[in-house]
Design a protein around this ligand. Structure first.
Ligand code: GCV
Length: 715
C-alpha cells in the first residue's frame, strides 16, 4: 500500500512539474482568475473576425484562439465583420462596406498596430489593425497581454510603433550546440536534425519573440565557424528562416572573415581582393536564393583572435563595406562589432574601440551598423556608457546588451536587468547639448541615422524553462519591450512580466516586483560596488578573483582594472592617468573630472581614490566599500526572506526552484563580499568596521578555490 502511495505521490509531483515548469514563459494563457473580470471579458469577446489570408495572420489567429480559449475557457467562434466583437485585419483587408473607426494608419509605420474600441450595430467592438500583417500580429499579442494583466478592454485607443527598426537577439551558439556564455543548457538550434525536424520549440521561440516585438535573430556565435556558410548548413538555416518568417523574424548569420580561405579554397581573405569580393558576392547570392529575406551578417573581426581585415592592412570599414556590398542588392545589412582591443596596444583597454572606430566615422556603407557594447569594457555589472555613443554621427550605431548574465551571476543569481538598461539609455552623452541621451543616439533622433537597431546577447538554451533561472526570462522580456519602447519603466515591465508569468494576485505582484527592482543594485553592491569592474574569475568569470595577475594577457587580469595599492583603489582615467575621459563630450567629462564630482556609483572607473578619502556618507573609501559589500548581501537576504513569504502563492515548482537559487545567491554574495574585502584589505590595511559579521575563512581559502568546469566557457 505504501509503495502505491509513494508511486502515486510521485506521479502527482510529476504532473505538477509539467504544469509550471516555466516552458510557457509569459504566454501562459491560464483562465482569468478574477471571476467578475472573466465574466466581463467573456461578454466583450464573443465572435472573432480574422481573415487568415497569410501565414502571419494565420499565426495571429492561432495565437488569439489559443490565448482566448485559455484565458476565457470557452470556445471562440469565428464571425463576420458585422457580428463580431473583435476584428483583426490589416489596412489592405478592411472588410467591404465596413464603417471604420478612426485609425491613424500613417502613424503606425511598417510594424505598428492600432487597437480601437468602437460602437458597431451589433454592440461594442474592438479592432486590431496595422499597415502590415506583422503589425496586426503584434497588436494581437498586445491585446492578449491586456487580458493576461487584467486590464480593461473598454475605450481602447492604442497606436503603437517600435522606436527601433532592428530588434535582434544575438545567439552565441556554436554549431555543436555549445553556447558560449550560455547557462541554460545547450543551443535550442539542433543543427543535426535540421532541416527535416522542426522542433516545437522553434515555433514557441518565434511566438515568444514576436510577442515582445523582436524581429531578427543571429543564429550563430560571433566567435564564428565558417561551416555555417556551406550549402549543407544554409539549407538548415533556411528551414529555421521558414519557421520564423510568419512571426516577422529574420535570420542573420555571423560571417567568419576568413571563410573565403576556410571553405572557399582561396589563399586570402583580403577585402580588397577581387576574388574575395567575388566569393562573398556569390555566397550572398546563394544565401538569398534560399532565404530571400535573409537579414545579413554580424561580424567580430580582429578581436580576441577572430580574423579580420587588419591582417591585410585594411581597415574595419574596408572589411565591413566589402560584405555590405555583397548583401546590398538584396536589402541585407552588416553589423560590424566595435568590441576590439589588443594587449599588444599599450593603451587603456577602455579607449581602444573609440580609438579605432571614431576615425572611421563616415567611411561605412549605408547598410552597415557599427555594433557597440553598452560600456567601454565588457558587460560589467555597471559601466559608464561607451564613449562611441554620440561620437559617430555619420554611422548608425547598434547597441549590444547582454541578456546572458556572464558577469552578473550567470544563471544562479536573480538579477533583473531592466534598471541597468534604463540607466544606460538615459545617460546623457552631451554630444549635441544637454538631452543627447544614449536612447536618442540609438533611436537615430540625435543624428538622423538612416537605420536604427539594438541587439541582446541571448540567455536562451534548451533548458525546459529556456533561461536556466526562471527570472532570466524577465531579462529576455524586458529587452524586447524596451527595444520597442524605451520610455517604458523597469517597474512597468516587471509588472507586466510578473502578472503574465506568475499571476495577478496583487500581493504576489508587488512582492515579486520589489524583489526584482532591488536585485540589480544588490548585485552591483555585492560584486563590484563603487565602480569596481572585471574582478571575476579568470576565463569562466564565475565568482570573485580580484587577485589574479597571471591571465594570458595583461588586460584580462583583474589587477589591471582595480589598480589597488597601498595608496588607494581605482583606475585613474583623468588627464593624470590614461585620460580616457577625453573621449567623452566636454560636458560629459565634467561630471567625472574630480573625485568629488564623479557619481560614486562610477567612482573607481575614473579615479584612483585614497583609502582614507571621505565619501558622501562621511565614511572613508574603505569603510564605504565595506558598507556596500555588506549591504549587497543584506539585500539578497531580504530578497530571500521576501520570496519565502510567497509560499503557497507561487506554484510549488517555481517557488522551490527560486528559493534554492536565492539560497545559492545569498551564499555566493557572501563569498564575493568576503573574498573581495579580505583581498582589498591587504592594501588598505584597515579593519572591517565593527558590527559587521566577519568573513568565515581566510583570504588564502578564497584564493585557492578552482572551478574548472564552471559553465559557459569552453567545452
Ligand atoms: C563571444 C567577452 C566574452 C566572450 C565573448 C566576447 C565578445 O570577452 O567573455 O565569451 O565572445 O566578449 O563579445 O565577443
Amino acid at each position: 500500500m505504501k509503495k502505491v502511495c509513494l508511486a502515486f505521490s510521485f506521479f502527482l509531483v510529476t504532473i505538477q512539474v509539467f504544469a509550471e515548469d516555466g516552458y510557457r514563459l509569459w504566454l501562459r494563457y491560464d483562465k482569468i482568475s478574477n471571476a467578475k473580470l472573466l465574466q466581463q471579458y467573456r461578454q466583450q469577446v464573443r465572435n472573432v473576425y480574422c481573415p487568415r489570408v497569410s501565414p502571419t495572420l494565420e499565426a495571429a489567429w492561432q495565437e488569439l484562439n489559443a490565448g482566448l480559449e485559455g484565458l476565457l475557457q470557452k470556445k471562440i467562434n469565428t464571425g463576420n465583420a458585422g457580428n463580431s466583437s473583435l476584428l483583426v485585419f490589416s489596412r489592405q483587408h478592411i472588410p467591404a462596406g465596413f464603417s471604420m473607426p478612426a485609425v491613424n494608419y500613417d502613424s503606425l509605420g511598417a510594424e505598428g498596430y492600432a487597437i480601437i474600441s468602437y460602437k458597431a450595430a451589433a454592440g461594442k467592438a474592438v479592432i486590431i489593425t496595422g499597415n502590415t500583417h506583422i503589425g496586426v500580429l503584434y497588436g494581437v499579442f498586445y491585446f492578449l497581454r491586456l487580458m493576461q494583466t487584467h486590464q480593461s478592454l473598454e475605450k481602447l485607443s492604442v497606436h503603437s510603433k517600435p522606436a527601433l527598426q532592428h530588434r535582434l537577439l544575438n545567439h552565441w551558439d556554436n554549431l555543436n550546440r555549445y553556447v558560449e556564455r550560455g547557462y541554460a543548457g545547450i543551443s535550442i538550434f539542433n543543427w543535426h536534425t535540421l532541416p527535416d525536424y522542426i522542433d516545437q520549440r522553434y515555433i514557441d521561440y518565434a511566438r515568444a519573440n514576436a510577442s515582445i516585438g523582436i524581429n531578427g535573430t543571429v543564429l550563430t556565435n560571433v566567435n564564428a565557424n565558417a561551416l555555417v556558410l556551406t550549402r549543407d548548413y544554409l539549407v538548415k538555416v533556411k528551414a529555421l528562416a521558414d519557421v520564423l518568417r510568419p512571426y516577422g523574424i529574420k535570420v542573420y548569420l555571423t560571417a567568419r572573415f576568413s571563410a573565403p580561405i576556410e571553405i572557399g579554397k582561396l589563399s586570402t581573405a583580403d577585402p580588397l581582393n577581387d576574388s574575395v569580393k567575388a566569393w562573398w558576392n556569390a555566397k550572398a547570392q546563394e544565401i538569398y536564393q534560399l532565404i530571400p529575406d535573409f537579414g545579413g551578417f554580424l561580424v567580430k573581426a580582429n578581436s580576441e583572435g577572430q580574423p579580420g581585415p587588419q591582417k591585410y592592412l585594411r581597415t574595419h570599414a574596408d572589411g565591413a563595406n566589402m560584405l555590405a556590398n555583397a548583401v546590398a542588392p538584396y536589402g541585407g545589412m552588416v553589423m560590424w562589432r566595435a568590441f576590439v582591443y589588443s594587449n599588444e596596444t599599450p593603451e587603456d583597454r577602455f579607449k581602444q574601440a573609440y580609438n579605432e572606430f571614431k576615425p572611421l566615422d563616415g567611411q561605412f556603407s549605408s547598410n552597415v551598423f557599427v555594433q557597440v557594447k553598452n560600456g567601454p569594457v565588457d558587460f560589467q555589472p555597471r559601466e559608464p556608457v561607451s564613449p562611441l555613443f554620440g561620437a559617430m554621427p555619420k554611422t548608425p550605431l547598434m547597441m549590444e546588451l547582454q541578456l546572458t548574465q556572464e558577469y552578473l551571476g550567470q544563471s544562479t543569481h536573480l538579477v533583473y536587468e531592466a534598471p541597468m538598461f534604463k540607466e544606460i539609455f538615459e545617460t546623457d552623452t552631451y554630444r549635441d547639448g544637454k538631452g543627447s541621451t544614449v536612447a536618442r543616439v540609438i533611436d537615430g533622433s540625435l543624428h538622423r541615422y538612416t537605420q536604427t537597431g539594438i541587439a541582446g546577447v541571448a540567455n536562451i538554451g534548451n533548458d525546459r524553462n529556456w533561461t536556466g533561472h526562471p527570472f532570466g526570462q524577465a531579462n529576455w522580456y524586458a529587452f524586447g519591450r524596451l527595444a520597442w519602447d524605451n520610455r517604458l519603466t523597469a517597474a512597468n515591465i516587471a509588472d507586466e512580466w510578473v502578472r503574465q508569468t506568475f499571476g495577478n494576485n496583487i500581493e504576489l505582484v508587488e512582492s515579486i516586483k520589489s524583489i526584482m527592482l532591488a536585485s540589480y543594485e544588490a548585485m552591483v553592491n555585492y560584486m563590484t560596488p563603487l565602480g569596481l569592474n572585471h574582478i571575476m574569475g579568470t576565463g569562466h568569470h564565475y565568482g570573485p578573483a580580484p587577485w589574479v595577475t597571471n591571465a594570458g594577457r595583461a588586460d584580462w587580469n583583474p589587477v589591471y582594472y582595480h589598480r589597488a595599492d597601498s595608496t588607494g583603489l581605482g583606475f585613474d582615467r583623468t588627464a593624470t592617468g590614461s585620460n580616457a575621459l577625453a573621449q567623452y563630450a566636454p560636458a560629459a567629462q565634467q561630471q567625472f573630472l574630480s573625485i568629488d564630482s564623479t557619481p560614486e556609483k562610477l567612482l573607481l572607473w575614473f579615479h584612483h581614490v585614497p583609502w582614507g578619502f571621505k565619501m558622501k556618507s562621511g565614511r572613508t573609501l574603505w569603510a564605504e566599500l565595506c558598507h556596500r559589500y555588506y549591504s549587497g548581501v543584506d539585500s539578497v537576504k531580504a530578497m530571500h526572506q521576501q520570496w519565502d513569504k510567497l509560499a503557497g502563492k507561487v506554484d510549488q515548482e517555481r517557488f522551490r526552484q527560486v528559493q534554492m537559487l536565492l539560497a545559492i545567491q545569498l551564499k555566493e554574495a557572501a563569498w564575493w563580499r568576503n573574498a573581495c574585502l579580505l583581498y582589498f584589505q591587504t592594501f588598505s590595511k584597515m579593519p572591517i568596521p565593527d558590527g559587521y559579521e566577519k568573513p568565515d575563512q581566510a583570504l588564502e581559502y578564497y584564493m585557492g578555490q578552482r572551478f574548472p568546469y564552471a559553465p559557459g566557457n569552453g567545452l
